[in-house]
Design a protein around this ligand. Structure first.
Ligand SMILES: [Zn+2]
Ligand SMILES: [Zn+2]
Length: 409
């Protein structure tokens, strides 16, 4: 009999086979425990190969063209990164390069490295390390957010000039769907189960108190506090903790840092437009107002929600969760776990404004006629997004449930 601990509330479940295409959820908090996906590894492999081909096309061919009067300015995917770097915004350039090009590429190459040997019934060298890395990279690969940034930029620039999408833009769009499908089809358990471990090293005892669930591969191991086994998971090698170390203190520190960054991100200019010798600085809010006044209110709504509302909501949600855990609240644990899940999922979409700036900077580069530069707020704003994502990752939702168990006793 095999057991699994819920990664969000630590409740122990027996692993029963589920029918193909369905999923097992935690009976207490509703978290997704495991799924049974048909031919998961074969289908993931096929999609990964398709994704890599599209990725090469998306990077090698012209991406978007910007036509203003007689001038045409063509860009490729990486032009925005280069342009940010030339403007001295190397932090921003690095973040955009990592999240839109390096991480997705590393993820796809890593999957190929893992899946091809598994297909041939062999274990690739360093399988644990590589697959752990692929799983940890996932939140940082943000191509779908970049796609939203492209759409916003096209609408914004459409008023100024003609936008000509290149072949790479279509490849990129297809790539988003292929990547999403890859992640939907991939069943990490199917990979972890290929690593055989001696059952004795896992040391299951029925007493729930000494068990500890692995964050990465969900193997249930004997708790290291009993000193018998090493502090690492015998299957995937992740360091095991009963709870994330210093979770609340870290979360508070990150919330505070993000709140400080939030101020300059909203007060300072995010873009500086130079057109025929005139300079105009825009903040996030003045950008939203511009969209409303020119009748593009759906875009105004996207930017406002992603850049102003979501970061603020996330800071409030995480503060409330940390505060309630410190107060040892036993109030509505299921709802609080839902708040946590929402804060974790929604945060990445705030990157959209950073990408809009990147694309504007790449496209509108026509010398004296019109140039857009990134303003200092872009760096602070990028900081807010990354720090709030780290804050959500450092919060341990199982702490919510610990308090409820204590209260019941
Ligand atoms: Zn649960
Ligand atoms: Zn593990």
């Amino acid at each position: 009999m095999s057991l699994i601990a819920c990664h969000e509330c630590d409740l122990i479940h027996r692993v029963d086979p589920v029918p193909e295409g369905s999923a097992a959820k935690c009976s207490r908090c509703g978290a997704l425990l495991y799924q049974h996906k048909r031919d998961s590894l074969e289908r993931t492999l096929a999609l990964t190969v398709t994704g890599l081909i599209l990725f090469v096309v998306a990077n090698a061919f012209p991406f978007l063209g910007f036509k203003l009067q007689a001038q045409v300015h063509e860009t490729i995917l990486i032009t925005g990164v280069q342009e940010l770097y030339h403007q001295g915004m190397w932090i921003l350039a690095t973040v955009v390069l990592l999240t839109t090009i390096v991480m997705p590429a590393a993820q796809m190459m890593g999957l190929l490295y893992v899946l091809i040997p598994l297909r041939l019934n062999r274990l690739p060298w360093k399988l644990k390390e590589v697959f752990r890395l692929i799983q940890s990279l996932q939140p940082w690969a943000m191509m779908e957010v970049f796609m939203l940034g492209i759409l916003v930029s096209i609408v914004k620039l459409g008023k100024m000039a003609t936008i000509v999408p290149g072949i790479a833009a279509f490849a990129f769009m297809a790539l988003i769907f292929v990547l999403a499908a890859t992640m939907a089809v991939l069943d990490p358990h199917a990979v972890w189960e290929r690593i055989k471990i001696q059952e004795s090293t896992r040391g299951i005892s029925v007493g729930q108190a000494n068990l500890i669930g692995c964050h990465t591969c969900h193997l249930l191991c004997r708790s290291p506090s009993h000193g018998v086994y090493a502090l690492t998971c015998p299957r995937c090698g992740t360091h095991l903790h009963r709870r994330k170390p210093n979770s609340i203190a870290r979360t508070w520190a990150l919330i505070l840092a993000a709140a400080i960054f939030y101020v300059p991100a909203n007060v300072l200019p995010i873009t500086i437009v130079t057109s025929l010798g005139k300079k105009q600085a825009d903040t996030i809010i003045s950008g939203v107002i511009y969209f409303i006044s020119s009748g593009m209110w759906p875009i105004a709504l996207v930017i406002f929600v992603a850049s102003v509302f979501v970061p603020l909501l996330k800071l409030l949600a995480l503060s409330y969760l940390s505060f309630s855990v410190q107060r040892k609240s036993g109030w509505r644990p299921v709802d609080r776990t839902k708040i946590y899940r929402m804060a974790e999922v929604v945060g990445r979409w705030s990157m959209v404004d950073v990408y809009v700036v990147t694309i504007l900077v790449a496209m509108v580069n026509l010398g004296a006629l019109a140039t857009i530069e990134a303003g200092p707020a872009a760096v602070y704003f990028c900081g807010v997004v990354i720090i709030t994502m780290l804050a959500a990752m450092s919060f341990d939702p199982r702490l919510i449930w610990d308090n409820c168990e204590e209260n019941h006793e």
